[in-house]
Write a protein that binds this ligand. Structure first.
Ligand SMILES: Cc1ncc(C[n+]2csc(CCOP(=O)(O)OP(=O)(O)O)c2C)c(N)n1
Ligand SMILES: [Mg+2]
Length: 531
């Protein structure tokens, strides 16, 4: 391969690398310390402006998940990284590859404790970046960006941060050649064979599928293996993706993040195969065993930490897809009897005129009017279990939410998903509380004319906290401070960001309004009042 080693600027060497790695979309919010990167900005790059840094990172998260490549983020030194931190935490938990460059004051004035200086720039995002660096010399910035990209893309994927002093961009350096590096780790053959034998020998296996199945492009393989074993398939607690068709005869539903409930739901199974999922994510305190008595737990994960902290069982540390392909390459065993099919969700009746509609009615209606292949990006905490029952997902890469619990992710993430997949209809299903953590994402959606349908599940409160209150000793109906959200006007908020919007209070009008929004070629916000 021929290449040039003609000296170039740090800026141009960095652009060349970004281009070589398919990172020509920059999500950012600029400041003086970052402007140097953009001098003579090449035409093939685009800058996606977010009006607050948490929005910037949320959009970049959705974009990276939907495109399968690391996204590129540019943040303003300490304050910008600080604003972004909530969604950096989420990107880390989502295992989203993301290269963040953050501005820093010029090296030449650092002795004078200058304005905007980030005193410990590499420490600030820890522990929620896989790697962070401020290169010792300006000349080393492009190499650091190259390394950052490869670290971000290596499983388990995640965000990385490179802090770049403002006077570095113009310094002359050597170009850095783009390199290829594998991003998949294969399973240990002997252990995988053991797992295969255990699976064959099991009488009533169950699979628990997590986000890494879909992330790894292993949706079809998971279906094939489940069918081969007639295994019931549960979704892991707090999974951020759809990893199994929810109308499949083997689909068994969603596990809550509660130890005793998980054990109860998995009861009767003698082998539990956790696929691309931690075993298990808990939200509240629990006691007793982690799996039903007598059951064996096997985990396939690309996350060595998740493999290491699992309290029991055998873990195969591997790309989920490669491990599944390995298992599918084994000779098929005789088919077991088919397990019981899950009860379909009961139909929800249309409420009478003037009566507030339920969240279940909203989900059922959306399920009826949305295209089967539309993509749902959700952040509506108390509506989640209702969505899971009444709004099924069917396809790979059809559902996104955050794995972290940090609100303020999904509205901007929907913008990123829509940007990465312009051929798809993207529906953002967002709670009234959740919407307000990153509402400025609406502005970017409007500016980019992305035809997203934003549905606000508006119950005028932080309902999830009301649901949790009994767990923490509150009597039924007791006052919960700081959980009511009266008077938010989402139609006005949308208009103020350049997005057309409509409020729906009447159940009978809902389907028509949703259908029009879904057919629109621009973003639309539908504020649905639910009880
Ligand atoms: C950044 C952040 N702050 C606070 C919380 C705590 N929290 C969890 S659920 C919730 C309520 C969300 O309200 P909304 O989106 O309206 O959904 P609802 O609970 O009403 O279904 C809050 C505040 C959180 N998870 N993340
Ligand atoms: Mg709410």
């Amino acid at each position: 391969m021929s290449h040039t080693t003609v000296p170039t600027t740090v800026r141009e060497a960095t652009w060349a690398l970004m281009r070589a790695h398919g990172m020509t979309t920059v999500f950012g919010n600029p400041g003086s310390t970052e402007l140097g990167l953009f001098l003579g900005w090449p035409d093939d790059f685009r800058y996606v402006l977010g009006l607050q840094e948490s929005v910037v990172v949320g959009m970049a998260d959705g974009y990276a998940q939907a495109s399968g490549n690391a996204s590129l983020v540019n943040l303003h030194s300490a304050a910008g990284v600080g604003h972004a931190m909530g969604n950096i935490f989420t990107a880390f938990k989502n295992r989203t590859p993301m290269v963040i460059t953050a501005g820093q004051q010029a090296r030449a004035i650092l002795p004078f404790d200058p304005f905007l200086h980030s005193a410990q720039a590499t420490e600030l995002p820890k522990p929620y970046v896989k790697w962070s660096v401020e290169p010792a010399r300006a000349e080393d910035v492009p190499l650091a960006v190259a390394r950052a990209y490869h670290v971000a893309m290596t499983p388990p994927r995640g965000p990385v941060l490179v802090s770049v002093p403002a006077d570095d961009w113009a310094v002359m350096t050597e170009p850095v050649l783009p390199r290829r590096m594998s991003t998949q780790l294969g399973p240990e053959p002997a252990l995988l064979a053991e797992l295969g034998e255990a699976l064959d020998a099991a009488e009533r296996p169950a699979f628990v599928v997590g986000a890494a199945v879909d992330r790894d492009g292993a949706f079809a393989e998971a279906v094939q293996l489940a069918e081969r074993h007639n295994a019931r398939v549960f979704v892991a607690p707090m999974s951020g993706r759809c990893s199994f068709p929810e109308d499949h005869r083997l689909f068994a539903g969603f596990l809550p993040a509660m130890r005793e409930r998980i054990v109860q739901l998995l009861g009767g199974h003698d082998l539990i195969l956790a696929l691309g999922a931690p075993a298990f994510t808990y939200h509240v305190q629990g006691e007793g065993p982690h799996v039903p008595a007598g059951a064996t737990l096997i985990q396939i994960t690309d996350d060595p930490q998740a493999a290491a902290w699992a309290p029991l069982g055998t873990a195969v540390f591997s790309s989920v897809r490669l491990a599944l392909q390995g298992l599918l390459a084994r000779p098929a065993r005789p088919l077991r009897a088919a397990p019981l099919v899950r009860e379909p969700a009961p139909a929800v009746a249309m409420p009478a005129a003037g009566e507030r509609m339920s969240t279940a009615f909203l989900m059922q209606t959306l399920a009826r009017v949305r295209g089967r292949s539309s993509v749902v990006v959700e952040e509506a905490p108390s509506a989640r279990p209702i969505l899971q029952r009444h709004l099924p997902m069917f396809e790979p890469e059809s559902f996104y939410t955050m794995c972290s619990g940090g609100l303020g992710h999904s509205l901007p993430a929907a913008v990123g998903v829509a940007l990465a997949r312009p051929q798809k209809k993207v529906i953002a299903l967002i709670g009234d509380g959740s919407a307000m953590y990153a509402i400025q994402a609406l502005w970017t959606a409007a500016q980019l004319k992305l035809p997203i349908t934003v549905v606000i599940v508006n119950n005028r409160r932080y309902a999830a906290l009301h649901h949790f209150a009994p767990v923490f000793g509150f009597a039924p109906g007791a006052q919960l401070p700081g959980t009511e959200l009266p008077e938010l006007d989402f139609v006005a908020l949308a208009a103020g960001h350049g997005v057309k919007a409509q409020r729906v209070t009447e159940a009978a009008l809902l389907a028509g309004v949703l259908e029009r929004a879904l057919a629109a070629t621009e973003p639309m916000l539908i504020d649905v009042l639910v009880d």
